[in-house]
Design a protein around this ligand. Structure first.
Ligand SMILES: Nc1ncnc2c1ncn2[C@@H]1O[C@H](COP(=O)(O)OP(=O)(O)OP(=O)(O)O)[C@@H](O)[C@H]1O
Ligand SMILES: [Mg+2]
Ligand SMILES: [Zn+2]
Length: 276
């Protein structure tokens, strides 16, 4: 009879012999640049004498590295975290109130993440203003979920997704398009930055909503940032209404931190020049 140990060993052997598995996931993705010499990247050590397995010392780090790579967070966003997200940087009093409220909601959401995840509750962070901190917040949430909660996150922008869909058009059988849509539909947490961009063709729009709908049905968490209020998303109301039920809509301040930062940088440079 197959014992628990046999099953584990079989699993490891299968992993070892299918190291080039095309199915991308943080546990099996094997594109490590320097594979651990002790376990060859399996993260388990097999003791042939005692026929037992123990976790390799690289296991936690290897899994985290794979998780981070799978998330595809752009380099510049990898270090962003919630602690360095400032509420005092906004200059309009109303903006400060708004961002404090937003941070409070986000904190409560993250503190209760497992319940939220159980119900498939996501976030829709928006402001008409550009540069108000939406992407920074989304990236900080991604880092928090991966590092503190061990959640598998996939980060993408609308433009990325559209480009990737277009790249797959060369594939005659359209297999790669559905693989991409599958990956987006099944990621544990999906973050789409700059959602609902204008001037999308109806066809592309329908692909996005196909993904959102699939995630909605399966109670998977989706986090979106956007420059338009949820109600103004141009898509079939019956679908947006349903998806909207499971999204906490968080308004960001109508103020550009990007402009404040560039003004400060300018002033700093002028100050340096004046001293010369
Ligand atoms: N609360 C904040 N604390 C510190 N830096 C911030 C904060 N909000 C924004 N920034 C910085 O301001 C710049 C613009 O922020 P971000 O890209 O997140 O804005 P956005 O709302 O996503 O803009 P867009 O609508 O153009 O996508 C970035 O450099 C970001 O790091
Ligand atoms: Mg942005
Ligand atoms: Zn190892």
């Amino acid at each position: 009879m197959e014992t628990e140990l046999d099953r584990t060993l079989n699993q490891i052997r299968t992993t070892l012999s299918h190291r080039q598995s095309p199915q991308e996931s943080p546990e099996t993705d094997s594109k490590d640049s320097d594979v651990c010499p002790d376990c060859q990247g399996t993260t388990w050590i097999l003791d042939k004498k005692t026929n037992s397995v123990t976790p390799c010392k690289c296991r936690d780090k290897t899994i985290m590295d794979r998780r981070l790579r799978f998330a595809a967070l752009p380099e510049a966003f990898r270090e962003m975290d919630l602690k360095t997200f400032r509420t005092d940087i906004y200059q309009i009093p109303e903006s400060r109130d708004k961002i404090k409220g937003a941070c409070q909601v986000i904190k409560t959401y993250l503190d209760n993440f497992s319940q939220m995840q159980g119900r498939g509750i996501g976030l829709y962070m928006w402001s008409n203003a550009k540069g108000s901190g939406k992407t920074r917040m989304a990236a900080s949430i991604a880092n928090y979920l991966m590092r503190e909660k061990g959640v598998q996150v996939k980060f993408s922008t609308s433009l990325n997704i559209i480009q990737e869909i277009k790249n797959t058009w060369d594939d005659k059988e359209k297999k790669s398009e559905s693989r991409l849509l599958d990956a987006l539909s099944t990621a544990e947490v999906l973050i789409i930055d700059d959602f609902g961009m204008e001037q999308l063709t109806a066809w592309i729009n329908s692909k996005f909503f196909q993904v959102l709908n699939e995630r909605y049905i399966n109670n998977r968490v989706t986090i979106l940032t956007s420059n338009i209020p949820f109600e103004n998303l141009e898509y079939d109301d019956r679908i947006t209404d349903r998806i909207g039920e499971k999204m906490l809509k968080i308004a960001f301040p109508e103020e550009s931190i990007r402009k404040i930062i560039s003004k400060n940088n300018n002033a700093q440079m002028l100050g340096m020049l004046a001293k010369q």
